[in-house]
Design a protein around this ligand. Structure first.
Ligand code: HEM
Length: 145
């Protein structure tokens, strides 16, 4: 009888440790992996670029921008911000946006267009929030400079 209880305890504790291990693996997943990796990042950035192109409030900033170059750079930067396997090789956010004098309202508009792109590409609300938390700290490096 004691031996049966002993084996039962062993079985229960191994099941519990398996489930803890699974939880740990899930939480260790990067945000980049959680949203679906490279194909999903590309879909988001493409939707974002179309949203910018159709937005009379902010399109003026991009008049002289090479769209292919911007697309590649934004994909790389976004991938890195989401802890993906990329290194953004462009200039600092501050250097890129210096001289644009981006207002707070226009910054917020661009964030709205990004949120719209996340919705269009069916990113869940919890993941949307995590992505925005990664980008929000960049605000002071981008506006009014
Ligand atoms: C969290 C917000 C933002 C992030 C993460 C971000 C990120 C970037 C990145 C990575 C690039 C460089 C792409 C490359 O050339 O390698 C870039 C370029 C650019 N960004 Fe932003 N940006 C943000 C907000 C804004 C806002 C609010 C505006 C204007 C309203 C803006 C206007 C531009 C423009 C015009 C360029 C292209 C510059 C050029 O033509 O060389 N960005 N941004």
């Amino acid at each position: 009888m004691n031996q049966r209880i002993f084996f039962l305890i062993i079985i229960i504790t191994s099941i519990m440790s398996c489930s803890v291990q699974k939880q740990t693996t899930e939480t260790q997943q990067t945000l980049y992996q959680a949203i679906g990796g490279a194909p999903q990042v590309e879909k988001i950035v493409d939707a974002f670029i179309i949203n910018i192109a159709n937005d009379p409030q902010v399109i003026g900033y991009f008049t002289h921008t090479n769209v292919d170059y911007f697309r590649q750079g934004f994909i790389q930067h976004f991938c890195q911000a989401l802890s993906g396997p990329c290194t953004f090789e462009g200039d600092s956010m501050q250097d890129i946006h210096t001289g644009m004098y981006i207002t707070e309202g226009d910054f917020n508009r661009v964030v709205e267009l990004l949120i719209k792109a996340l919705e269009q590409t069916k990113v869940s609300y919890p993941l949307q929030n995590k992505i925005l938390n990664k980008l929000a700290p960049l605000r002071d490096d981008i506006i009014k400079i």
